[in-house]
Design a protein around this ligand. Structure first.
Ligand code: ZN
Length: 145
């Protein structure tokens, strides 16, 4: 993780007209490519490509700011719902087009045509596979000895 990356458009981002909030750790800007109106992006001041790379105080600040921005969007945009979403690009294949971690706060409206496909089939491996996955993640969460 670098503190700043001079090639990254989100490092040193300074666009007061589009900024809804800024402090020393995080800022929130209206998206240039909005999914809907009232699509705000929470952007850490430091360059980190993945959520696990963020220092805990920055991650906490980003979540806290998303809570505040979400509340403000409810009042300002009168949406039917809000989508909070983020992605880590681990292989450079476009899961996160700009490799600077961001958290999107997106107002959602009935019939807005935006679809996240969550209606997936059950895992064909069943509970055995699910338990194996749970164990694998638990091992990674365990403190180093
Ligand atoms: Zn950056």
């Amino acid at each position: 993780m670098n503190v700043l990356d001079s090639t990254c458009p989100f490092c040193g981002l300074d666009d007061p007209a589009m900024t809804v909030y800024a402090d020393r750790l995080v800022q929130a800007v209206v998206s240039t490519r909005p999914i809907n109106r009232y699509h705000v992006i929470i952007v850490p001041r430091i360059h980190a490509e993945r959520l696990p790379d963020l220092p805990p105080d920055v991650a906490a600040a980003a979540i806290h700011l998303a809570q505040r921005v979400g509340g403000a969007i409810i009042d300002a945009g009168v949406p039917d719902g809000i989508t909070y979403i983020t992605e880590d690009d681990l292989t450079g294949q476009g899961y996160n087009l700009m490799a600077h971690w961001k958290l999107h706060v997106i107002a959602r409206y009935r019939d807005d045509g935006v679809r996240l496909e969550w209606n997936r089939h059950d895992d064909p491996g069943g509970d055995t596979t699910r338990a194996q996955i749970a164990a694998a993640i638990r091992r990674q969460l365990a403190p180093a000895t």
